[in-house]
Design a protein around this ligand. Structure first.
Ligand code: BES
Ligand code: ZN
Length: 488
């Protein structure tokens, strides 16, 4: 989507719709001082439209550059937030998509001239302009969404170009993450994730991608990744994407769970729970998306993304409940449930990073448990962190981006729940607090390095469109982690 600007309202070009924002009041109050047309006064005078958050009224115009105006409610002026602005403009975009207007003009609200609110307007427009068309044969059919090609923002000047370009790149990154999550599991295989990562080398010479194939993973003795992979006819991949633009020794290692399909293995999932499991590589997609954006925007921070990738399939070669497997670190794990596979492949990736990649800090992001969704609902991801400062910064980035986090405890007393009688650890404990015991399992492989674990079992995938998120893959995590890195 192209975003252009025009300072002068009278010079705007033709478009399918003119979007005019209002603040909520008894009589809705225009959010800009552009002289309004007679036609749009009617719904305001009649109090049919009062400017409530995300409220929309359509008015038909005569002899203007646009055949119709969309009156958009922003809510009460004193209650505006970055997130409410994102959601309001997302609502306008969705309505314009239905109207099949490919170009719209937008009257810019004065109040949004601040750096943060301007960005929020752009985010609302860009992030919501997404639809996963690829698997829909009748995608040209009338009821399918038509994406916007162009938004002309009226009332802002040239100097905003840089911010417009930045939000566009970040949104393109989020759309890439969503595409990876929404595509078929048979398409987004471990090998495909490696190919996607390899492509990033073309963006910037500062990106270097290394992919370990099955043979190399065996030589490295990543016993847990190999165990999870055993029943899959597809080989695993261990992907390392280095983006090292700075000479400083500060580097952040990002680890993303790359289960390209989670059947549960021999501890087979019931049909209903298995349906969403092509999305179990959302963490991997998010960390790859962060590298994409960092390389495109030339971010001067050293980042290494690590993706352990495999299917968790079922078959005669399956790894088995009750058996003990050896990890990359040498610790042994009694597998009591083959559906708790995420923590196994992450444990090998974390140990590999600690031993070989000299991380100053590590963040893993994973659709690790269903329990986190029970605890926090679908709009908030779980944060577990062994470092107070880092937790504070991540929580702040959550508020900045609207990709919310809530901190949950790495309660030391619960460590006893994952002690095994026959091995060093077991991979599941009781049902109660199971997103905490999953995090404690990972912590066992971290050591003293500042580390955060983000459980996106809640936020990675939605059943319906909400705000600037479209249904299915949300792309959650990219903007959160990028904001954190930028503010380091
Ligand atoms: N991929 C799932 C977690 C998940 C569930 C993410 C639902 C998104 C929605 C993970 O591998 C898993 O199966 N976890 C189990 C762990 C259990 C066996 C201890 C779970 O959460 O039920
Ligand atoms: Zn699982």
């Amino acid at each position: 989507m192209k975003v252009t600007t025009k300072k002068d309202f009278s010079k705007r070009g033709a478009a399918g719709c003119l979007v005019i924002p209002f603040f909520e009041a008894k009589k809705a109050k225009a959010a800009s001082n552009i002289d309004l047309f007679e036609e749009i006064k009617a719904p305001i005078e009649a109090l049919d439209f009062t400017g409530k958050k995300e409220e929309i009224a359509l008015v038909y115009l005569k002899g203007k550059q646009e055949p119709r105006a969309l009156l958009l409610g922003l809510g009460k002026e004193e209650e505006i937030t970055e997130e409410s602005i994102r959601n309001s403009f997302a609502a306008a975009v969705k309505k314009c998509q239905q109207l099949r207007a490919s170009k719209i003009n937008l009257v810019f609200p004065k109040k949004c001239r601040t750096e943060h609110l301007f960005r929020s307007v752009l985010e609302g427009l860009n992030l919501s302009n997404y639809f996963f068309h690829k698997l829909k044969k009748d995608s040209l059919h009338a009821e399918t969404v038509l994406l916007l090609d162009e938004v002309e923002i009226v009332g802002v000047d040239e100097k905003d170009k840089e911010e417009i370009e930045k939000v566009k790149i970040i949104s393109t990154g989020v759309h890439l993450v969503r595409d990876l999550v929404n595509n078929n599991a048979d398409e987004i295989t471990p090998q495909k994730l490696a190919e996607v990562a390899k492509e990033f080398e073309k963006i910037s010479p500062k990106v270097k991608v290394t992919v370990f194939d099955k043979k190399r993973i065996e030589e490295e003795k990543m016993g847990l990744l190999l165990a999870v992979n055993r029943a899959s006819f597809r080989d695993p991949a261990f992907i390392i994407v280095e983006y090292l633009p700075s000479k400083s020794d500060d580097r952040t290692v990002l680890i993303g769970k790359g289960i390209t399909f989670d059947s549960g293995g021999l501890s087979l999932k019931p049909t209903e729970s298995m349906i969403k499991m092509k999305t179990d590589m959302s963490g991997a997609a998010a960390v790859l998306g962060v590298i994409y954006v960092a390389a495109k925007l030339n971010l001067n921070k050293n980042i290494i993304a690590v993706v352990p990738a495999t299917e968790n399939s079922i078959g005669s070669k399956s790894y088995k409940p009750g058996d003990v497997y050896s990890s990359y670190s040498g610790k042994t794990v009694e597998v009591l449930n083959t559906d708790a596979e995420g923590r196994l492949i992450l444990a090998d990736a974390i140990s590999y990073a600690v031993k070989n990649l000299k991380p100053k800090r590590m963040i893993d992001i994973a659709s690790l448990t269903g329990a986190v969704a029970i605890a926090l609902g679908e709009e908030i991801a779980g944060l577990f962190c062994n470092d107070k400062e880092m937790a504070k910064k991540l929580l702040a980035s959550g508020l900045n981006t609207g990709e919310l986090l809530w901190e949950l405890p790495l309660h030391p007393e619960y460590k006893k729940l994952i002690k095994s009688d026959i091995a060093d650890l077991k991979n599941v404990a009781q049902r109660e607090g199971s997103c905490i015991t999953a995090a404690l399992f990972l912590e066992d492989f971290v050591g003293k390095i500042p580390w955060a674990h983000i459980d996106i079992g809640s936020t990675a995938c939605y059943n319906k469109t909400k705000g600037y998120y479209t249904s299915a893959g949300t792309g959650y995590g990219l903007r959160l982690i990028y904001d954190f890195l930028e503010n380091l």
